[in-house]
Design a protein around this ligand. Structure first.
Ligand code: NDP
Length: 446
């Protein structure tokens, strides 16, 4: 990474030395620091207060053993993580990921991104993230329950409705949140809004399940309209992944032709049938390739990388980090893509982003485009605090307004800091400034 500012170069160098081998975390920090060049030029007070030195270091990191017993009676051990990154503007807030690829670097990059994303929503939420290298795939419900109970037994010591409020992420949906909530309640003897993404019968919010995918489409719609006078309607869309974010983005993106999962991708030239995908992925917890056995004319290709070669107007990467690389960006550009908006966290590599932006493709970065999930989590916290439930329309309407505001905040910041239309820079700056201001007011702890 090269920086114009000597100060930023020094901060980045320190982060590299302190976190060797954490490539995802260094990638996320590098991108934010690069965006902050114009802030550093104009705001010596921020530099003087050491805000950037402080913001790249988590307030607290918890790593713990998660022992559990499988169905055959064998003892298994996984590793649990919770990174409490920044609490300047509210309690730590961010999801829990259960996937074999989880390690300190992945959780730290996600926690770091979450600071700015949560700030962009305009709601009072700090940044955190957690998870484990446990793989829920192929496990029975009873095994998942025993794992979740053991995980929460330790995590419960560190979280609370006014301290840290986790939610779902990859591998953590309604089933896992339910098991974890039940265990927290047993251990603490309190019924509070300590987790979001809960079931409707015990404090969940309507529209939380749909929030990230719907929010992504609301953001994309505003970006298309304001930056190029375009509309979502009639545009061909490709979405990677087939989990929570992908499925609900799919519900709004009517002309969807391709979706994927870990093993490969499907193309349906007549438009993806969402009810079939939901049955396979949400009900049967099966593989996306089963779609072609149920729908005539659809095809399946092994390997998920090739999905970006499918011709489309709009691409929405909604699976995982670094899934869209430079080569994929070349293929999308050659096929005439007009917009890419990130449903997953950091799905595009820096090379891909540079290529897309250089080709004039509208680019909606994850921090802004997928903030709808955490925004509705914030609304779930509000409902829990007032012990009331809002209607679907009420929550969806607030989500829509939040996503439109996020676009305009990011766009306006990009303009104010001389990078008009660069939403990566705009989202990073807008998210950062609010947190920086709160940190300045709260002083340095000695
Ligand atoms: P899910 O577990 O519901 O779905 C994840 C999807 O991505 C699955 O289809 C999975 O395939 C696929 N996938 C996972 N890892 C890989 C990989 N290495 N290569 C290719 N495909 C992969 O998770 P979510 O939909 O909740 O999360 C998806 C992304 O969105 C993540 O980056 C997450 O951090 C981000 N996000 C989620 C939010 C939420 O509210 N849930 C909020 C904001 C961001 P398979 O089915 O084979 O496992």
């Amino acid at each position: 990474m090269t920086f114009k500012s000597e100060y930023l170069a020094r901060v980045y160098d320190d982060v590299c030395k302190r976190n060797p081998n954490e490539k995802e975390f260094l990638q996320a920090v590098g991108e934010v620091l690069e965006s902050l060049e114009p802030v550093v030029e104009r705001r010596p007070d921020i530099v003087e207060a050491g805000i950037i030195d402080r913001i790249v270091e988590p307030e607290r990191q918890i790593i713990f053993r998660v022992p559990w017993v499988d169905d055959s009676g064998k003892v298994r051990v996984n590793r649990g993580f919770r990174i409490q990154f920044n609490s300047a503007i509210g309690p730590y807030k961010g999801g829990l990921r259960l996937h074999p690829s989880v390690n300190a670097s992945v959780i730290k990059f996600l926690g770091f991104e979450q600071i700015f994303k949560n700030s962009l929503t305009g709601l009072p939420m700090g940044g955190g993230k957690g998870g484990s290298d446990f793989d829920p795939k192929g496990k029975s419900d009873a095994e998942v329950m025993r794992f979740c109970q053991s995980f929460m037994t330790e995590l419960s010591k560190h979280i609370g409705a006014d301290t840290d409020v986790p939610a779902g992420d990859i591998g953590v949906g309604a089933r896992e949140i339910g098991f974890m909530y039940g265990q927290y309640k047993r251990l603490r003897n309190e019924f509070t809004g300590v987790l979001t993404g809960k079931g409707l019968s015990y404090g969940g919010s309507l529209a939380r399940t749909e929030a990230t995918g719907f929010g992504l489409c609301y953001f994309t719609q505003e970006m298309l309209k304001c930056m190029k006078g375009e509309f979502f309607e009639g545009k061909t869309v490709v979405i990677s992944g087939s989990g929570n974010v992908a499925i609900y983005a799919c519900k709004k993106a009517t002309e969807l032709v391709a979706m994927s999962n870990f093993n490969g991708y499907i193309v349906d030239p007549d438009g993806i049938k969402l009810d079939v995908v939901k049955q396979i992925k949400e009900v049967e917890r099966g593989r996306i390739k089963e779609y072609v056995e149920r729908v005539d004319g659809a095809t399946y290709t092994e390997g998920c990388h090739g999905i970006w070669t499918v011709k489309c107007d709009i691409a929405l990467p909604c699976a995982t980090q670094n899934e869209l690389d430079g080569e994929s960006a070349d293929a999308l550009i050659a096929n005439g893509v007009i917009a890419v908006a990130e449903g997953a966290n950091m799905p595009s590599t820096p090379e891909a982003i540079a290529k897309l932006q250089a080709a004039g493709v509208m680019f909606g970065p994850a921090k802004a485009a997928n903030a709808g999930g955490v925004a509705v989590s914030g609304l779930e916290m509000s409902q829990n605090s007032e012990r009331l439930s809002w209607t679907f329309e009420e929550v969806d309407g607030k989500l829509h307004d939040i996503m439109v505001n996020i676009f305009h905040n990011a766009y306006n910041a990009s303009k104010e800091y001389d990078h008009e239309g660069n939403l990566v820079v705009g989202a990073n700056i807008a998210g950062f400034l609010k947190v920086a201001d709160a940190m300045m007011w709260q002083g340095v702890a000695y």
